[in-house]
Design a protein. Structure first.
Lengths: 133, 97
């Protein structure tokens, strides 16, 4: 087959394949959005950081699998800060001003809760999706 | 006008929130885009940041929504747990505090 990848070929020749790919992508996007707060709490549990650092930690720790629009971190950080889970302050680093975020005590507890809830959820999903027919 | 400046202008035009929260949000976005552009180039940085109308709408929605608080809820069994709760969605839970 000339320079056409298999996904493009399947999408063109089998419309249902395209539908299923779209569905998988949509579910993946919704899952990520639904867990963005927990993911941010987890990367903040490593160390305080500014928004760009946090987006890089998300990418690195997920092996490049997690890609959310980087701008969507700021509404989420705003939400976490209003909830009292995260605090922030301007700081100067390397001659540049940055807004540095850190977990509060409540945020540290919430990060632990999010981790436990994810484990229980992923085990349950794996029991269904991972089971051989 | 650079790609980052154009992006920030579009983001600002799409944003409804005013005042200090607006200034801080745009400043942080500008800082983020400057870092990203230094590493990947301006075009890649603005592409990874997301469409300005969507990012602005998400921030407007957060500012407009009532604050969610972590409250301490005592369950009949199993001790105490912190839970995310939306005060407007379930005021009964807040009343249990």
């Amino acid at each position: 087959m000339p320079s056409m990848d298999i996904r493009t070929h399947l999408a063109e020749s089998h419309p249902l394949y395209l539908d299923s790919r779209c569905m998988v992508d949509r579910v993946r996007g919704e899952l990520l959005r639904g867990h963005l707060d927990g993911l941010l709490l987890a990367v903040l549990a490593d160390a305080p950081g500014h928004g760009y650092e946090l987006s890089q930690r998300l990418t690195q720790r997920s092996g490049g699998e997690i890609e959310v629009p980087e701008g969507s971190l700021y509404p989420a950080l705003h939400r976490l800060e209003r909830s009292g889970l995260v605090a922030s302050a301007w700081s100067y680093r390397e001659g540049r001003r940055r807004r540095i975020y850190r977990l509060t005590r409540a945020g540290r507890r919430a990060a632990g809760d999010a981790r436990q809830e994810w484990r229980a959820f992923s085990v349950a999903i794996d029991r269904v999706l991972g089971a051989a027919p | 006008v650079s790609a980052v400046e154009r992006y920030l202008a579009e983001l600002g035009a799409a944003l409804h929130v005013r005042g200090g929260e607006r200034r801080r949000f745009l400043r942080e976005c500008g800082d983020h885009l400057a870092d990203a552009a230094a590493e990947r180039g301006e075009e890649a940085a603005v592409r990874a940041f997301g469409p300005p109308p969507e990012i602005a709408a998400a921030f407007d929605a957060e500012v407009a929504s009532p604050a969610r608080r972590v409250v301490h809820v005592h369950h009949r069994r199993g001790g105490a747990h912190d839970r995310w709760l939306d005060a407007r969605a379930d005021p009964r839970v807040l009343a249990r505090r």
